[in-house]
Write a protein that binds this ligand. Structure first.
Ligand SMILES: *Cc1c(COP(=O)(O)O)cnc(C)c1O
Length: 422
């Protein structure tokens, strides 16, 4: 599918400079979906789904930060989840069908998906989360909704939730339930994740043929994949900096050509990036002519020369992440949270290693709001980060009790069958 990425002309991309975010978004999305959604309907979907700001701020010299944390769950996952929800609902309406989204979450995805699909009449949502491994706020983003959203706390790790979901998808006795996933390799989530690349680039380019560097905090590599697609569509991107935490399987692969997943994944403070074998790596390999399977075995090597030309990747330790949060506050009087700090630290590595590119502007993505990590921020800089209104509302809401205690697959299956018996 990715071999047929559509392209935009240079003139179109240059014209983005004079357009607002929704208009750019519509131009880009229409390239993918042609006329299967009318422009008017798409406009409605975009305005409704992406109804929040995307601030871009110059921090120092040529280095900017683009804030992707202004959606209702304060994580960049709102972009993909909210667009996917509305596009799905649109097509289900046309086909007169209903579906059930079944998804496992390590924290942020479940909240973004639950909030995005809340009250959609043709879609039920079942989210599984590791009961003792997510924050209270992350849990509340799923458990305070009710209606069409069921959130099931599982005693175990993310991998256990994932296993239950995968087993359900393969179970023939559940085939009457129209199950669908909303995970990050879903194309409906990737396309919206190209939009802020086009938008942020258009705000800072002011010369013809000017290129931009992006530093992307990476876990499952969906964000980076969105960027690579944007580049393939024609966006003038000089380099991607793929910034990972101590789960360093990707930078090691780039350097050595040998891929070894990190198993079990390492727990770092940038917890949405604790991924030891990113599922979107399959997409990235595909974009560069390679093939890798779910287990992490490479069947065909991607074009390493091209891959290294486009992407440089750095692994940032927790220690350096914390140091970055402290120094960032000292120097700029602004708070950066752990995921953004990994991106910013990787950018500093790049600037030190490639001083000849210092005149090329860079954009680092801040992917979450600091108030989601109050403990770390308070410990490091002794400031309580202000919570956005949308999170305050969630924090104060009562939770629905866990709908069923689930200890194994048969419990889970029983829940699904009961829930969907009619
Ligand atoms: C999911 C997430 C990431 C990682 O994004 P990927 O697309 O999985 O690489 C980074 N930061 C935050 C806050 C996230 O929720």
């Amino acid at each position: 599918m990715l071999n047929s990425v559509p392209t935009l002309t240079d003139e179109t991309i240059e014209s983005f400079k004079y357009m607002n975010f929704p208009d750019i978004a519509i131009k880009v999305i229409l390239k993918f979906i042609g006329n299967i959604i009318s422009e008017e309907k798409l406009q409605q979907i975009v305005n409704n789904a992406l109804n929040f700001n995307i601030p871009l701020e110059r921090i120092a010299n040529n280095d900017y930060i683009c804030y992707l944390d202004r959606g209702p769950t304060s994580s960049f996952k709102d972009f993909g989840a909210r667009m996917l929800a509305r596009i799905m609902e649109h097509f289900l309406e046309i086909d007169n069908k209903n579906i059930t989204i079944l998804t496992a979450t390590s924290g942020d995805t479940g909240g973004a998906v639950a909030q995005a699909f809340y009250k959609m009449s043709r879609i039920k949502v079942v989210v599984l989360y590791p009961k003792n491994e997510i924050s209270i706020l992350q849990r509340k983003q799923m458990t305070t909704l009710g209606e069409n959203v069921s959130a099931l706390g599982i005693k175990g790790k993310f991998d256990d939730c994932q296993r239950l979901v995968k087993t359900a998808f393969a179970d023939k006795e559940l085939s009457h339930i129209n199950l669908s996933s909303a995970n990050s390799i879903n194309f409906g989530r990737l396309v919206p994740q190209t939009l802020y690349y086009f938008w942020s680039c258009s705000r800072i380019i002011d010369k013809k043929n000017e290129e931009v560097i992006f530093s992307v905090p990476s876990g499952n590599f969906g964000n980076l994949t969105g960027g690579l697609i944007a580049k393939k569509m024609g966006l003038p991107i000089k380099k991607f900096i793929s910034a990972v935490n101590e789960n360093n399987e990707f930078p090691t692969f780039l350097r050595t050509g040998v891929y070894t997943k990190v198993e079990p994944s390492i727990n770092c403070i940038s917890n949405a990036m604790n991924v030891g074998h990113p599922s979107n790596l399959a997409r990235i390999f595909d974009l560069y002519g390679g093939q890798i399977d779910e287990k992490g075995l490479i069947h065909r090597m991607p074009n390493m020369e091209e891959l290294r030309k486009d992407i440089v990747s750095y692994s940032i330790s927790d220690e350096l992440t914390k140091e970055t949060i402290v120094n960032f506050y000292k120097e700029y009087k602004k708070i950066i949270e752990p995921h953004g700090a990994v991106g910013w630290a990787a950018l500093q590595n790049y600037r030190n290693n490639y001083p000849k590119n210092n005149d090329v502007k860079s954009i680092t993505f801040e992917t979450a709001n600091p108030s989601k990590f109050p403990k770390d921020i308070i410990n490091l800089i002794n400031i309580i980060p202000e919570m956005p209104q949308s999170l305050k509302l969630i924090q104060d809401k009562p939770e629905f009790p866990n709908p069923k205690k689930i200890s194994n697959y048969s419990d889970f299956k029983e829940f699904l069958l009961k829930e969907f018996q009619d």
